[in-house]
Every structure is written in C-alpha cells, then in structure tokens.
Write a protein that binds this ligand. Structure first.
Ligand code: SAM
Length: 179
C-alpha cells in the first residue's frame, strides 16, 4: 500500500459537449487506481449514474461527486494536508517530478481540464505536470500519470465486491459472475 490516496478533479464539465470524455476520465480514474473523483461545471446525473453502475457490477469503492466550486475544492484539499497536481502540457515533465510526488506521502488531487483552464489552477497547484509538451487529451494524460504514479502496479489490481469479472482469453470473451 502506498500510504496516500488519489482523487481526480475534472474541471468544466458540460453535459452536451463532454459527456463521453468526462465518462472516460472517470472510468480511467477508477480502472487505473484512483479512489474517487470530483467534477465541476454542470451537474450531470447521467454521467454519475453510469459510473455508479460500473462500480456496482465491476467492484471497488470508487466515488463520484459534483463540486460546485473548483477553487474551493482545491483549497479545501490543500487545507486538509493533500497536494494538488495539475496535468497540463505547459508543466514540468512527468519523468522529472513523479518520484518526488510518489514519495511525498500526501493524498493527491489530480486536476484535468476540458477547455481553457483558468490561470488560478496553475497558481493553486503544488505541481503543474506535463505528459509530453504536446497537446493531447485529459484521458491520455491521466492514464499515463496514474500508470507512472503506481509504477504499473495498478494493472494487476483486483476489484473487491465485483459481481462480474473477466477471465482473460487469447481470443474471444469470457465474463463470469462472481457474487
Ligand atoms: N486548451 C486547454 C488549456 O488551456 O489548457 C487544454 C485542452 S486539453 C483538450 C484538456 C486537458 O487535457 C488539459 O486541461 C490537460 O489537463 C490535459 N492535457 C492535454 N495535453 C496534455 C499534456 N501534454 N500533458 C498533460 N496534460 C495534458
């Protein structure tokens, strides 16, 4: 066990525009070892419901919560002793900072944007971290960040209280009911 917990903060969700991408951010967060996520922008019960259904069937205790005030959430996280890592192509290269972040022992709030990210996020973050200095996606950035943070151990994780699970196959699909 690492001794710290990881939550993701997804900024600026708009149901019409971001439904799929926000869902993918949350699915990646869960599958790659985060404990839960917050999202800001507009409340979207459909997205929340779809993640809760995944947790119910596939296990684990991942939580999703709407946060009305992103700056308030970041400040609250810092006040309670956690650190804030903002993923941005303008930040310091992941490979240069990941070890220090991993070693810090503090709970981690990983912030990803959607459209333009306000300047205040850069200022409030303890770390602005880039996953390459090229523009790509919050889904890609989050996947690689979590993979490096957990040093690949998240790939072997079993989810507790799952109702269904996959038995990996070289070809074809095998899904079994486990509870
Ligand atoms: N134009 C936006 C801005 O002002 O930052 C970024 C849009 S990008 C589609 C959405 C999010 O993906 C960013 O806020 C960031 O969290 C993430 N992202 C994209 N490229 C990244 C990179 N190279 N490194 C880290 N995060 C990245």
């Amino acid at each position: 066990m690492e001794g710290w917990r990881v939550f993701v903060l997804r900024l600026g969700h708009r149901p019409e525009r971001d439904k799929r991408v926000t869902t993918h951010v949350l699915l990646v967060a869960r599958a790659f070892g985060a404990h839960g996520a917050f999202y800001t922008g507009e409340r979207d019960e459909k997205v929340e419901e779809s993640i809760r259904k995944v947790v119910n069937s596939w296990g684990g205790s991942f939580t999703v919560e709407f946060a009305g005030d992103w700056a308030g959430k970041i400040r609250e996280w810092k006040r309670s002793g956690g650190e804030v890592i903002h993923l941005t192509m303008y930040g310091l290269p992941l490979s240069e900072v990941i070890e220090e972040i991993r070693r810090s022992g503090r709970d981690k709030l990983v912030v990803v944007g959607s459209e333009k990210v306000p300047r205040l996020v850069y200022d409030l973050a303890d770390w602005n971290v880039s996953v390459t200095s090229q523009p790509h996606s919050e889904v890609g950035a989050l996947s690689v960040f979590l993979h490096e943070l957990y040093m690949g151990q998240e790939l072997k994780r079993e989810f507790e209280n799952a109702k269904i699970k996959i038995i990996p196959q070289a070809r074809g699909k095998k899904v079994v009911r486990v509870s």
